[in-house]
Design a protein around this ligand. Structure first.
Ligand code: UDP
Length: 333
């Protein structure tokens, strides 16, 4: 298939492009490089021996997107492009709503014009909100979030569902990710956010590399086995393979399907710190600090649907995730 990947130079996008190319698909990356680097395109070529088409375009720019669809015969789209920093979204809600929702509307309007009917959307476990019991299952209410970033995911899921109701020939797969970490085995692709990272693993990478003084663990007084928050960390390459399986599934599918991508296991912040130290044979400097506003004590996925529908299961271990994260961080941070 000819697959257009918005945000394809980003962390999850770049790993997904690698898996698509390795499996014989052609890829067209659209990315405005607002949170990604152009060298990623070279690195993808280095890893796969194939160069993806690349357009430095803001996905909300409908005319520019139209020109890409005019040039390439796009069979399917994977839509990653969007702002993703939770804390920033609280401070700049309009920017988040404008960018994330506008880009999706522009994309689907252009897809409609070119009769492209297959879409995989980058959603998040955040749509389960603060009130569902874990493990989260796809049929639980997914209509609430705790911050503007998360609300954009809830709203876009709604928009795409309503669109599909009106256009029953359309297929949309809403992939709800848990906590992707890890990096490509080559050490060439990984999570490299601009500025000081918000997420745990890139922050740990910078502490281990000596670029940040220490990690603060946000709270150790939660009602969890060791008092620190638990999340479902999955390897980004497993997540990328999930996208490959989802887009291939969409080929013969119509309607809306929400699918969790996680391991189904809860790992605490302290577990992750310990695993990083022992996998990489180093010591991390960390302190226990206060809780971070908006953090839920614990959640993880019920990943049964992904297995049954897509034949997908996360296979990388926590040790793989810690080793590959450090292998990337020590080279590129
Ligand atoms: N966390 C932490 N220190 C940090 C960053 C994150 O203790 O500097 C914790 C955070 O409280 C949460 C977990 O690590 O329990 C994962 O946070 P992250 O921001 O990576 O992902 P989230 O689950 O919030 O989307």
């Amino acid at each position: 298939m000819n697959i257009l990947v918005t945000g394809g130079a980003g962390y999850i996008g770049s790993h997904t492009v690698v898996e698509l190319l390795k499996n014989g698909h052609n890829t067209i990356i659209v990315d405005d490089l607002s949170n990604a680097k152009e060298e990623v395109i070279e690195r993808i070529e280095h890893i796969t021996g194939k160069r993806p088409y690349f357009y430095k375009i803001d996905c909300a720019d409908k005319a520019a997107l139209d020109a890409v669809f005019e040039k390439h015969s796009v069979d399917a789209v994977i839509h990653f492009a969007g702002y993703k920093a939770v804390g920033e979204s609280v401070k700049k809600p309009l920017q988040y709503y404008r960018n994330n929702i506008d880009s999706t509307l522009s994309l689907v309007e252009v897809m409609e014009k070119y009769q492209c009917t297959k879409l995989v959307f980058s959603s998040s476990a955040t749509v389960y909100g603060p009130n569902n019991p874990y493990p989260y299952k796809e049929d639980m209410p997914a209509i609430q979030s705790t911050n503007p970033y998360g609300w954009t995911k809830v709203m876009i899921e709604r928009i795409l569902t309503d669109y599909t109701t009106a256009h029953p020939e359309f297929s949309v797969i809403l992939l709800r990710y848990f906590n992707p970490i890890g990096a490509h085995e080559s050490g060439l692709l990984g999570d490299d956010p601009n500025g000081i990272p918000n997420n745990l693993m890139p922050y740990i990478g910078k502490v281990a590399a000596g670029q940040l003084d220490h990690l603060t663990i946000f709270g150790n007084d939660y009602d969890t086995p060791d008092g620190t928050c638990q999340r479902d960390y999955l390897h980004v390459v497993d997540l990328a393979i999930g996208h490959l399986k989802a887009i291939e599934y969409a080929e013969n599918h119509t309607g809306v399907e929400a699918i969790n991508l996680g391991t189904g296991t809860g790992i605490s912040v302290q577990d992750l710190v310990n695993a990083f130290e022992s996998a990489n044979n180093l010591k991390l400097s960390y302190v226990i600090g206060p809780r971070r506003d908006g953090d839920l004590p614990a959640f993880w996925a019920d990943a049964t649907k992904a297995k049954n529908l897509l034949g997908w299961k996360a296979v990388h271990t926590l040790e793989d995730m810690c080793k590959s994260s450090w292998n990337f961080a020590k080279n590129f941070q």
